[in-house]
Design a protein around this ligand. Structure first.
Ligand SMILES: [Zn+2]
Length: 177
């Protein structure tokens, strides 16, 4: 993959050593870290919509022939509450995650935030199929999307943190995996 541009000075001249020819910033590593951040977070956010569309289609078309279950009201609210709590946990994790030490830890926090915001989407999918009631799907999908929107708003802070770390540690190599 092309090394792209230097996130520090904007130069497109990245040497074969992965360093920016103009300012010496380890642009290749920085770009690889942030590309991974965008791809994983973007895939998770996209999967929220896929879950919602799939559940909507299965319920509306009647293709999902399982019997509709009427959940007791308290059970429904507990599940809704779990979805809301997971989303809030994801938002808090996203707001703090960029303070982590190394780019690897910063990524780990970001992905944990994404996983938490994914919880309401999965709950909405399951509840929609169990109850055939699409209100669950709408509410829980909305929470998941609010969570991912909040993660997206933190992304510049993540990019900045990675840039700052790599400025201080130009010999950093991202661990494999
Ligand atoms: Zn540069």
């Amino acid at each position: 993959m092309a090394a792209g541009r230097c996130t520090r000075c904007g130069s497109a001249e990245i040497g074969t050593d992965g360093l920016c020819s103009l300012c010496g910033f380890p642009a290749k590593v920085a770009n690889s870290v942030m590309t991974r951040a965008y791809i994983v977070t973007g895939s998770l956010a996209l999967s929220v919509l896929v879950y919602a569309a799939l559940a909507y289609f299965l319920v509306q078309s009647g293709a999902f022939s399982g019997p509709s279950v009427r959940l007791p009201q308290p059970v429904s609210y507990v599940l809704l509450g779990l979805g809301v709590l997971a989303t809030l946990g994801g938002i808090v994790t996203a707001r703090r995650g960029h303070l982590a030490e190394t780019p690897q830890r910063v990524l780990a926090k970001l992905f944990r935030a994404g996983a938490l915001c994914e919880v309401p989407a999965v709950l909405g999918f399951i509840l929609a199929l169990v109850t055939h009631d699409l209100r669950w799907l709408v509410m829980l999908t909305a929470f998941a999307l609010i969570g991912f929107l909040s993660i997206a708003m933190e992304m510049p802070a993540y990019a900045q943190r990675v840039t700052e770390y790599l400025e201080a540690h130009p010999d950093y190599r991202r661990p494999k995996g």
